[in-house]
Design a protein around this ligand. Structure first.
Ligand code: AMP
Length: 476
């Protein structure tokens, strides 16, 4: 199936082609015709499924007949309102709107808090058909009467579950009360709690339910790696990896704002261009950091979980967990920034001895024993302690080979490269659980190159690290 089969107009098909997509994803195949027909939608889809284009494209098509080249503000009332929970997410949706509307004379803007309102007010006063907004700032503009919502014909609520988590539902209800009843509404959410269903009941009119099969929780195209290291040596190991094997841009996760700043300074002192994104940064600093990373001038972006939520950075080949997240679910969120839409990615975790329990939980959740890599000089001193100290050993050859090939020095595959020891890579099917091959469009077009490891630096160690490798069949 092609995008043309979905009934999209030539201007949009051209923009989609420019973006390099050759085939619609499952959510796009389902949602686009329904939205084009004017029906309400309740969509169950996570980021990474192509959800943004699934609503942006048909919204643009439905607004296209109203597009006008007139400069009169009266000819450009707000006709579509797209609400997103965070500034970053709003920006990303806005960028999609710009990408797909490039051949249509429709005006769009993005309004979010944390920045001066005046420029936003001016843009709104000049007239704009599509407003992407975070709820709080939108209500500020409502209060200041810089925006009129009485001509809104389309409403999109993106990531409704996160809106709920962030306490935005009362704001959403207020916004709903300001919109005309005669409108088309779309609600997207990764999960449908009772509260979301209640909101959907109020907001949607006989909605079509679209649920794309949950993609494999963790993309098959991600290669996971664990590097054991003492906490105090993590920054040096990171620098070592950045100078030897990590050959592209990296998003690094830390646990605190302070840690974020400290690591950024350290990397910069080591001549590695790095920037930080965390909650204490002003909106301008955050935007600049993200821009620098997107345009490639910053090689390493260091972030806390909160700041990184919802960041969609194309072509991100590496994610590093400098500190493992507190919850296994956060691991899945973090590494969701790589291996998107079928591209290859690596998720590297620097694991201190005290983090081993977190690691075990993560492995349980993602149902994968993560291969351990070691670098000489960075092996923690308690490496002799076995993980079997904590957990009863798993016995049996089949279990061993299924869960962790290469656990012992004997049955380990040959080291990938000089001095580095790793287990066999897992198979890399790019076909997700929903049957869509997320790799195809990219290979055909934008061709995200899979990172190729550089030859390893000399001196890596072949010794297995006991506390991570477990105790079965271990010799060294
Ligand atoms: P989203 O779920 O909207 O956050 O999209 C996830 C990623 O998939 C984004 O980087 C999009 O650019 C990309 N994408 C969206 N639609 C397609 C498609 N039909 N083919 C390939 N990639 C896509």
């Amino acid at each position: 199936m092609t995008f043309a089969d979905l009934g999209l107009m030539p201007e949009l098909l051209r923009a989609v082609e420019d973006a390099g997509y050759s085939e619609p994803t499952p959510i796009q195949r389902e949602a686009i015709p329904i939205v084009l027909s004017g029906q309400d939608v309740m969509g169950g889809a996570q980021t990474g499924t192509g959800k943004t284009a699934s609503f942006t494209l048909p919204v643009l098509q439905r607004l296209a007949p109203h597009a006008s080249t007139s400069t009169s503000p009266a000819r450009h009332p707000v006709r579509a309102l797209i609400l997103a929970p965070t500034r970053e997410l709003a920006m990303q949706v806005y960028e999609s709107v710009l990408t797909y509307s490039r051949y249509l004379p429709l005006r769009a803007t993005c309004i979010y808090g944390g920045v001066d309102m005046r420029a936003q007010t001016q843009t709104l006063r000049d007239g704009v058909e599509i407003v992407v907004a975070t709820p709080g700032r939108l209500l500020d503009h409502v209060q200041q009467r810089s925006i009129q919502l009485n001509q809104v014909k389309m409403l999109v609520l993106d990531e409704a579950d996160r809106m709920l988590d962030m306490g935005f539902i009362p704001d959403i209800r207020r916004i709903l009360s300001l919109l005309p009843n005669q409108r088309q509404s779309l609600l997207f959410s990764a999960t449908f709690s009772n509260e979301i269903k209640k909101l959907a009941d109020q907001m949607l009119n006989q909605p079509q339910l679209i649920e794309v099969a949950r993609r494999n929780m963790v993309s098959e195209t991600i290669e996971h790696q664990v590097y054991p290291v003492e906490s105090s040596r993590k920054r040096d190991l990171l620098v070592h990896l950045l100078k030897t094997s990590i050959d592209a841009q990296v998003l690094v996760f830390v646990d605190t704002k302070f840690g974020c700043s400290r690591l950024t300074h350290y990397l910069n002192r080591c001549d590695i261009p790095a920037d930080a994104i965390h909650g204490d940064k002003s909106q301008q600093q955050r935007t600049e950091a993200l821009e620098g990373f997107k345009n490639g001038s910053t090689r390493v972006l260091i972030a806390t979980d909160v700041a990184a939520r919802g960041l969609d950075i194309d072509d991100l080949p590496y994610v590093v967990n400098y500190v493992l997240p507190n919850t296994s679910e956060d691991y899945v969120h973090r590494i969701g920034r790589t291996g998107r839409a079928g591209k290859k990615g690596k998720a590297i975790s620097l694991v201190a001895p005290e983090d081993r329990h977190n690691l075990a939980d993560i492995e349980k959740l993602i149902k994968l024993k993560i291969p351990v890599h070691t670098v000489d000089d960075f092996i923690p001193s308690d490496a002799g302690r076995s993980r079997s100290d904590e957990a009863p050993p798993r016995r049996g050859r089949s279990d061993d080979s299924r869960r962790s090939r290469g656990r012992s020095t004997d049955d380990a595959p040959a080291p990938r490269s000089r001095g580095e020891r790793t287990r066999a890579p897992r198979s890399k099917s790019t076909v997700a659980a929903d049957g869509f091959d997320y790799a195809k469009p990219y290979e055909a077009s934008t061709a995200a190159k899979a990172p190729t490891a550089k030859p390893d630096a000399p001196g890596r160690n072949r010794r297995p690290v006991a506390f991570l490798l477990g105790g079965i069949g271990r010799k060294g």
